[in-house]
Design a protein around this ligand. Structure first.
Ligand SMILES: Cc1cc2nc3c(=O)[nH]c(=O)nc-3n(C[C@H](O)[C@H](O)[C@H](O)COP(=O)(O)OP(=O)(O)OC[C@H]3O[C@@H](n4cnc5c(N)ncnc54)[C@H](O)[C@@H]3O)c2cc1C
Length: 592
């Protein structure tokens, strides 16, 4: 057993008051799904997570995966846990019933993923990558590929990987050099991919790699990259894994955190070429990858929340037990009585609540963009998903760097010692701002594709909605300070956007210099929005004498704290945005 438990009360509040889960399910025609069912599912997931997965997290950190004669051997205990995860039907929760999934809304699948990720980031990554592969096949695979591979990927009997990165091609995928040469109705794939998460293991009898590579006639750059499916074992006439394909893990990376997740160097074609099958159209592989990135990027954003929540729960427990102060009568009191320890815990508590609100609201937007009956509605929600995606990925993961660091600080010296586990959360969190596109890449996406491309229309719409909430808060007696702080942050967002629109075309460094500050500014604003709405709803319930008054009062305090300690950062970000690229670009490379 672990001391972690899913924060049901906060999650239920988000489902009911921010997401409108029952209404979402009703509108989507999912009549049998509702909040009651969702929380029965979440309770089961919490049981599985805390009893089976969380106890392996420390083993994963200390022993991790290793490379042997048969390829990668995963962390001891992971195989049994994974088989149970598959047997209990967790892998297909959010996938279409047509391929053996359970067709549950994305927002519920997201909440369940929070549990797996809080229990063990390294373990949960295997499913995250499989999800990516499933999404890619659902959106771009031929009927034959879908029929052949999707059922077993959806059920989790096979796992999937995403093979983009090569030594010379990281953020810049235009430099991908792996090759695929046609041979009959398949292709021979050759090349080396690095940093491939869960690129090999012994938990399942096949691993399905999705690989970016170039055809012989490919034009240079991003427009010449195609996507291929390359199974570890080729399928025999019965569709079962048979002959070994020419793809092998040649080494494992030693890394700062997530030791439970094997990070592989994969070599394709050492013996003549791995057999691969084209996914989607030739030369359009990168576009295919991009269409599934909203999901994968939001899933990594969720990792930021999940690891921060785990770190918070541990810090909270420590702060209640660790005695340091001495009263006048000589008795000692716990460190949670010190204002600064409380400040750290409040940063963690209000930060994670804002992150959860935003992550679930954003997942619900994905649902609405897919399930809404009205086509115009679907487009409207899809536009919001596009805008949220870099913010959810960038802001939540950057926040997790700060929050898991606070988790260590609350522990004092014991936080720095591995024994407490707090250091692991900090180390595990570190990768989240790097993979699936670094924060700078998210910021480029936000600035270029989400703001400049539509001259700020989508963001203006979002900021106007947030301003309505700010005004509602201002009208109240007890939450008006929060309302003013939110309104100032919205103004900062509006000014930052306008500054960008006014200057971006003058100098190509403007967007790159402003991007991350703008992304963080909008993260604080969106977090303030969900906290503001939550505070208003809590007030309403308290006035009506409904709900759990202790939880609702705490929610109001947490929201007020957010207004005092996080929202002013939006104004600081604005100053850095408006400072422009001059001092950033002024030094010559030699002056660094
Ligand atoms: C543990 C781990 C697991 C991974 N899993 C996978 C996986 O499963 N599949 C896979 O394909 N890849 C995977 N990756 C690779 C990961 O996605 C890349 O590391 C990441 O995209 C960054 O690329 P890079 O490491 O080459 O860094 P670089 O691209 O060299 O970036 C270095 C620095 O330059 C900045 N930079 C680069 N380009 C720009 C730009 N255009 N604008 C502004 N700043 C820029 C970056 O933000 C960063 O700060 C994994 C990596 C790790 C460490």
């Amino acid at each position: 057993m672990s001391d972690y438990s899913y924060p049901y009360k906060d999650a239920e509040f988000v489902f009911n008051e921010l997401v409108g889960f029952d209404q979402l399910c009703e509108q989507a025609g999912l009549e049998e799904v509702n909040t009651e069912l969702a929380f029965a599912v979440l309770e089961e997931a919490n049981r599985m997570g805390t009893e089976v997965i969380a106890p392996l997290n420390v083993v994963a950190d200390r022993e991790g995966a290793s490379l042997g004669e048969n390829g990668v051997q995963e962390t001891p205990g992971f195989k049994q846990a994974y088989l149970r995860y598959v047997e209990d039907g967790w892998a297909g929760l959010g996938f279409p019933e047509e391929f053996g999934g359970q067709g549950m809304p994305k927002v519920l699948a997201t909440a369940v993923s929070e549990i797996w990720q809080s229990c063990s980031l390294g373990f949960s990554l295997c499913s995250l990558l499989t999800h990516g592969a499933v999404e890619a096949l659902l959106l771009h695979g031929s009927e034959e590929l879908q029929v052949t591979y999707l059922h077993k990927l959806v059920s989790g009997e096979w796992t999937g990987t995403m093979n983009l990165t090569e030594p010379q091609a990281g953020s810049d995928l235009a430099a991908v050099a792996s090759r695929a040469v046609p041979e009959g109705d398949y292709y021979r794939v050759t090349g080396q991919k690095i940093f491939i998460t869960w690129g090999d293991h012994q938990m399942t009898d096949n691993v399905i790699h999705l690989v970016l590579a170039r055809l012989p006639d490919a034009p240079p750059g991003v427009k010449g990259i195609s996507l291929f499916l390359v199974p570890k074992f080729l399928l025999d006439e019965n569709g079962e894994p048979g002959q070994r394909n020419d793809v092998h893990c040649v080494s494992l990376e030693h890394k700062l955190g997530i030791h439970g997740s094997p990070t592989c160097v994969l070599s394709f074609g050492d013996n003549g070429g791995a057999t691969g099958y084209l996914v989607g159209e030739p030369h359009r592989g990168l576009m295919a990858m991009f269409t599934m990135m909203n999901d994968a990027r939001q899933a990594v954003g969720l990792q930021g929340l999940s690891v921060s929540e785990r770190s918070y729960q541990q810090a909270r427990g420590w702060a209640m037990e660790r005695l340091q102060g001495t009263r006048s009568d000589g008795t000692r009191y716990p460190i949670i009585d010190f204002p600064d320890v409380r400040r750290l815990l409040m940063l963690m508590k209000s930060g994670t609540e804002a992150m959860r609100g935003l992550a679930y609201v954003s997942a619900a937007e994905i649902d609405r963009s897919r399930l809404s009956k009205d086509p115009d509605d679907r487009v409207r929600h899809a536009t919001r998903v596009d805008l949220y995606t870099p913010i959810v990925k960038g802001w939540l993961t950057e926040m997790s760097q700060e929050l898991t660091s606070h988790g260590i600080q609350v522990h004092g010296g014991m936080g720095y010692i591995e024994e407490t586990g707090s250091a692991q959360f900090y180390r595990d969190a570190r990768i989240t701002t790097i993979y699936e596109g670094t924060t700078a890449i998210q910021a480029n996406d936000l600035v270029g594709r989400k703001i400049l491309a539509d001259s700020g229309e989508a963001l203006t719409g979002l900021l106007q909605e947030i301003q309505v909430t700010a005004e509602e808060l201002i009208q109240t007696d007890d939450l008006s300070a929060l309302g003013h702080a939110l309104a100032e942050a919205v103004t900062a967002g509006t000014q930052a956007q306008q500054w960008l629109l006014d200057h971006a075309r003058e100098d190509r460094n403007v967007g790159g210099a402003a991007g991350v500050n703008l992304l963080m500014l909008l993260g604080y604003v969106c977090g303030g929005w969900v906290m503001g709405v939550a505070a208003l709803k809590a007030s309403g319930q308290l006035a009506a004498g409904a709900g759990d008054s202790s939880f609702l009062e705490a929610k109001q305090v947490t929201a007020r704290f957010y207004g005092e300690h996080y929202l002013p950062r939006a104004v600081a970000c604005l100053a850095s945005v408006q400072a422009g690229p001059e001092s950033i670009m002024a030094l010559t490379a030699g002056q660094f």
